[in-house]
Design a protein around this ligand. Structure first.
Ligand SMILES: Nc1nc2c(c(=O)[nH]1)N[C@H]1C(S)=C(S)[C@@H](COP(=O)(O)OP(=O)(O)OC[C@H]3O[C@@H](n4cnc5c(=O)[nH]c(N)nc54)[C@H](O)[C@@H]3O)O[C@H]1N2
Ligand SMILES: Nc1nc2c(c(=O)[nH]1)N[C@H]1C(S)=C(S)[C@@H](COP(=O)(O)OP(=O)(O)OC[C@H]3O[C@@H](n4cnc5c(=O)[nH]c(N)nc54)[C@H](O)[C@@H]3O)O[C@H]1N2
Ligand code: SF4
Ligand SMILES: [Mo]
Length: 722
């Protein structure tokens, strides 16, 4: 029996786990109480990490499927790469690299290897276009931060540890444990806010979002909530550093509380009261997430969160929004000064959708595959993603994928997406690889460094970063048998070192390669790092390894000057990308509201689409139900347990109704990530409770215009009993 410590890689809470192992089996998982960051906190997903590792359905060996058949064969790694070459080479020869693309899913942010190396596939290949879950997630936030602060990953983070008024819009930490906000035991922090006499206010059409505890609700309908507290603008605060205030104030005058109240479902007086509370509370902050980003006005809503924080003096201040200074230097911290983002440098072939920061809406992917003509996508590489369940207009994508000449999936499951692949290249289980988060530390206002070793030996199976480099090289034209992974790894490291201001020629690698070497780099070039000997007492990976419970450097935030990279060096609050979108908002507000709209929800025992194969997480009640307000249900003769047909402009699914007064009237809720049980998948547990695919109902055209982000919340639907 041995006890191992390691960081949970499953969400942004980054909990420290204590994992008991007997021989080859995980026997118990607990929160590590001595962990400097999470101090024993964990959730059911982290507690199930052993089941993920032992899951008999998890793919451990590369598999190939011959086109036109659904027979999979397990093959050697050499054979698998040779097959990749065989599939990709003719596509590239006939159609060029423009016919080859990649999709990056959510675990790319969380995995030790993928977070540092997934860029190598499109990078080495020289792919012009790639797709990601980012455009069904935080693209509005990226756009807003690029315009306001000069960096698409320069996210200000709510200082929850010091705030007295936490206004949460369109986020549900009770399920998600925080998003673009890394804080240990975030829910416990809500208690602590109350204990210090403060409050949390949630603004959402609550779909199981109703906080159990120290919060007060502020139900709203899913519509952007333009706050109208500009009159309380504190001219003293950061005034010298903010440009465009007059333009923003002028634009806001067209949206007084009386005008927006009906749309928000919050009465004008309550809006005014909230604005006054915000203005009068020295340590207050507004925080917005998925419910704001993934709706029709995602950019406006996300922008206004920062506008309100900045104009009410809750920016770059204790208890407000501020920029982190992480111990592990993220790549985003190396960004240089730049002008405003210009979008539309290219447009998609079929729909003509403009690119935004290098990506087009994910919902365009299907039509780019299934529409013949010059530039049609013929080969797709999926990197840890399941877009058949997570992308809007999902059924069209499901039907398009079989049209590809080559599809290669780097994934651990044979699921709804990867069943269409010709080759599946599996990664290691979370317990077979070390762990150290990369970008996520820059979502936290506490600086912590922590590294965990692998618990189980993966044997001679290649690590994912090696797989990525090999595949990238094959795409680049190197014969599969001749790829020099170490040489590519050196190139990858050297480029990264240069971006961190280190001359790679001066670095003693001490035998490190792959992600280990990059972690060493980012630790050493962080604020507490040894800078390769320049600060002899500073931190490096070897020293970090001596602290298995982590090292806590305490609260840590960056000075504005170290962060702002706009052309002016100031915060640029007003920008055409936002102001030009206001007429679209006004036009929408002049239209009648749809009688019924659908929103999503998350649950603490589920993780997007891919953890439904863990039996311990799937226990208990069905979590893929359609929540319906009692009045909406009564009107349609629907009772809990009834099978209902849900239809939208995009499609139709069947769902089990659950009548619930947790929702406001006119809003139904269906979680995404379900829709299992399809032929050719290998997810025995998930298949027992397949649930409906919410994304079959999301029209591909439903996007937030400035960012191109999918509008998966607020989709008009109709429901009827079957
Ligand atoms: N309707 C609706 N749709 C949504 C959302 C919503 O709220 N509503 N949310 C959106 C959001 S925020 C996101 S982030 C996306 C998520 O979209 P995706 O990233 O496409 O979906 P996931 O379900 O996270 O799929 C993760 C995939 O990675 C694989 N995987 C897990 N771990 C590893 C690993 O270590 N290595 C490799 N190679 N593969 C691994 C899993 O098997 C799975 O196939 O969904 C989006 N879609
Ligand atoms: N357990 C678990 N944790 C997760 C995930 C998971 O699937 N399961 N997914 C991870 C990922 S990829 C992400 S991106 C994060 C997301 O983390 P969160 O942003 O916290 O996501 P949700 O829990 O979906 O909460 C979204 C909230 O927005 C509300 N909402 C919907 N539409 C609107 C609207 O128009 N206006 C307002 N004001 N509110 C609205 C919904 O009612 C819901 O309460 O969670 C991460 N953590
Ligand atoms: S909250 Fe759960 S899933 Fe997230 S890091 Fe902690 S244990 Fe893992
Ligand atoms: Mo996400």
């Amino acid at each position: 029996m041995a006890t191992h410590l390691r960081t949970c890689p499953l969400c942004e809470a980054m909990c420290g786990l204590e994992i008991e192992v007997d021989g080859e089996r995980v026997t118990r998982v607990r929160g590590d109480r001595a962990d400097v960051w999470s101090q024993g906190f964990l959730c059911p997903k982290g507690a199930s990490i052993g089941h993920l590792h032992h899951d008999p359905d998890r793919i451990r060996v590369p598999m190939v499927r011959d086109p036109g058949t659904d027979e999979w064969r397990e093959v050697s790694w050499d054979e698998a790469f040779a097959r990749c070459e065989e599939l990709l080479r003719p596509v590239i020869a006939a159609h060029g690299m423009d016919a080859v693309t990649a999709y990056l899913g959510n675990p790319n942010v969380h995995s030790y290897s993928l977070s540092r190396f997934s860029g190598a596939v499109p990078g080495l290949a020289g792919m012009k276009v790639l797709w990601s879950a980012g455009t069904v997630d935080q693209w509005p936030k990226n756009l807003v931060c690029a315009q306001l602060f000069g960096g698409m990953w320069t996210f200000p983070i709510p200082d929850v540890a010091n705030t007295d008024l936490f206004v949460v819009m369109g986020a549900n930490p009770h399920a998600s444990n925080g998003s673009l906000l890394a804080h240990p035991d975030l829910i416990g922090e809500l208690d602590r806010i109350r204990e210090r006499g403060g409050r949390t206010i949630v603004i959402a059409p609550p779909a199981r979002a109703r906080p159990s505890g120290p919060t007060s609700g502020c139900p709203s309908s899913p519509a952007p909530t333009p706050p109208s507290c500009c009159r309380w603008w504190r001219s003293s605060t950061k005034a010298g550093r903010v440009r465009g205030v007059d333009e923003v104030l002028a634009a806001a005058r067209a949206f007084p509380p009386e005008v927006v109240a009906a749309w928000c479902g919050i009465d004008a007086e309550r809006i005014r009261q909230l604005a006054r509370e915000l203005a009068a509370t020295p340590r207050a902050v507004v925080y917005g997430r998925i419910g704001l980003c993934t709706q029709e006005f995602g950019t406006l809503a996300t922008w206004l969160v920062s506008v309100v924080n900045i104009l009410t003096g809750h920016f770059d201040a204790a208890g407000g929004e501020r920029f982190p200074r992480p111990a592990i230097a993220a790549l985003s911290s190396t960004a240089r000064r730049r002008g405003p983002v210009t979008t539309g440098r290219w447009r998609t072939r079929v729909r003509g959708a403009p690119e935004v920061m290098g990506q087009a809406p994910l919902s365009c992917l299907a039509e780019e595959i299934d529409t013949p003509g010059d530039g049609q996508i013929k080969a797709l590489i999926t990197l840890a993603g399941n877009p058949v369940l997570s992308a809007p207009d999902a059924e069209r994508l499901d039907a398009a994928l079989p049209l590809l000449d080559a599809m290669i999936s780097i994934d651990n499951y044979l699921n709804e997406t990867t069943r269409h692949a010709h080759v599946i290249l599996p990664g290691h289980s979370p317990l077979e690889q070390p762990h150290c988060d990369e970008e996520i530390w820059s979502y936290s206002l506490r600086a912590v460094a922590r590294w965990s070793p692998a618990i189980f030996d993966p044997g001679d199976r290649p690590e994912e970063w090696e797989v990525l480099l090999r595949l990238g090289a094959i795409l680049m034209g190197t014969p599969a048998a001749e790829v020099d992974v170490d040489a590519l790894d050196d190139l990858w490291f050297d480029a990264r070192a240069a971006r961190h201001g280190i001359d790679p020629a001066t670095v003693d690698h001490e035998g490190r390669r792959g992600p280990d070497r990059i972690v060493d780099l980012t630790v050493r070039t962080g604020p507490w790092g040894d800078r390769y000997g320049q600060q002899p007492d500073g931190l490096n990976l070897d020293r970090l390894k001596q602290h298995p419970h982590g090292i806590d450097f305490g609260p840590s935030h960056a000075a504005l000057d170290d962060v702002l990279r706009t052309a002016s060096g100031d915060i640029e609050l007003a920008h055409d990308a936002f102001l030009d979108d206001l007429p679209r908002l006004r036009a929408r507000m002049a239209e009648p509201r749809p009688p019924l709209v659908m929103i999503g929800r998350r649950h603490v025992r589920s993780n997007n689409s891919w953890m439904h194969n863990v039996p311990t997480l799937m226990k208990g009640r069905d979590r893929s139900t359609l929540l319906v307000h009692p009045d909406d249900a009564a009107e349609r003769g629907i009772a809990t347990g009834d099978q209902v047909r849900v239809t939208s402009e995009a499609g139709e699914v069947e769902a089990t109704a659950e009548v619930s007064d947790e929702l406001v009237r006119g809003v139904v809720s269906l979680p995404h990530g379900f829709g299992h049980g399809r032929p050719g998948t290998r997810t025995q547990v998930a298949d027992q409770r397949p649930g409906p695919n919410a994304n079959a109902l999301i029209p591909g055209t439903a996007v937030d215009v400035p960012s191109g982000n999918a509008a998966v919340n607020g989709v008009p639907v109709e429901i009827s009993r079957r």
